[in-house]
Design a protein around this ligand. Structure first.
Ligand code: CP
Length: 325
């Protein structure tokens, strides 16, 4: 059972950032507004802000990552924090040290925050439940459960192009079954009042009862994309698939891959998103991925500002306490 209440301290302030499920619309808006300030900082010649000077942040990535790990590291450095990148492959966990013992040792080095990516759903929550009271945990993706900072940078990107969430039709296409990104996006989109969130994919890649999350299900991509304002393409997450869920990548691309023809079914000003990594010719055609409606690399850039905002908000809480004491 994954607890949602542990994200907040006794004063109701954000202590950990583990999931978008159940958070409030004002909190999402506060994060997006705060991130706007950092988006302008990253465009300045001197990109540093001193907000987290003296804080130590440890990146714990038990699973591969390019965008998330790098933007968290860069974001922490831009906030003047000290960053430790733990190489799990060469860490003492390979000698049998348990995860909790590793954390105790990092705590003994006066770490203030753990950024955690793990292949097991619930891992970040487990760690958050076991860390010392002054430590914060940010979930950088756990199994197929949640990837809340990705969802927040996606909301930030959408808002910059389509400011009124209450007028949007958002289509999420592909491997919804194994996608922590889709789950976190669906929660955030619902909280922000998006009236039509669609999930599109073959029966084998749509989780049972997903309608209960407040989405409309389509198996025909041509129907699902019609008049969409935002299209979010997802990768086939083979590392989380058990057994053969698809006949072939070629057939998948023919049915669900986003090509110019399929994109033309959406609104003319629709934006195309993808959390990355993209697999060209599997879920998206290069003409679309690199085309004028694609905001895929903008998402990466925005990840920096959004992660700065979340880290500053979470650790700013402890700084406030230090100043007050
Ligand atoms: N979107 C995303 O999580 O990418 P990485 O796996 O490269 O971090």
């Amino acid at each position: 059972m994954i607890r949602k209440d542990i994200q907040f301290d006794k004063k109701g302030r954000l202590r950990h950032f583990l999931t978008t499920e159940g958070i409030s619309r004002p909190l999402i808006t506060d994060i997006l507004d705060y991130a706007e300030n950092f988006a302008s900082v990253v465009n300045k010649p001197v990109k540093k802000a001193p907000l987290l000077r003296g804080k130590t942040i440890a990146n714990l990535f038990f699973e591969a990552s390019t965008r998330t790990r790098t933007t968290f590291e860069l974001a922490a450095k831009r906030l003047s924090a000290d960053v430790i990148n733990i190489n799990i492959q060469t860490s003492a966990t390979k000698k049998g040290e348990s995860l909790l013992d590793m954390l105790r040792n990092l705590e003994a080095m006066h770490t203030d925050m753990f950024i955690v990516r793990h292949m097991t759903s619930g891992a970040a929550h487990f760690i958050a439940e076991h860390v010392a009271p002054h430590i914060s945990v940010i979930n950088a993706g756990d199994g197929s459960h949640a990837h809340p900072t990705q969802a927040m940078l996606d909301m930030f990107t959408i808002r910059r192009h389509k400011p009124d969430f209450t007028a949007l039709r958002v289509a999420i296409v592909g491997d919804i079954m194994h996608s922590r990104v889709a789950r976190s996006q669906i929660h955030a989109l619902n909280i922000l009042g998006v009236p039509d969130v669609r999930v599109i994919g073959p029966h084998t890649l749509i989780p049972p009862h997903v309608e209960n999350m407040g989405v409309h299900v389509f198996h025909q991509v041509e129907q699902g994309l019609r008049d969409a304002d935002v299209i979010i393409m997802l990768r086939l997450q083979r590392e989380r698939m058990q057994g053969a869920l698809l006949p072939s990548e070629a057939e998948y691309f023919a049915n669900y891959g986003l090509t110019p023809d399929k994109l033309a079914l959406a609104k003319p000003d629709a934006i195309v998103m993808h959390p990355g990594p993209i697999n060209r010719g599997v879920e998206i055609d290069s003409t679309v991925a690199d085309g004028p409606q694609s905001v895929i690399l903008e998402q990466v850039t925005n990840g920096l500002a959004v992660r700065m905002a979340i880290m500053a908000m979470v650790l700013g809480r402890t700084s406030d306490e230090e100043v007050a004491s």
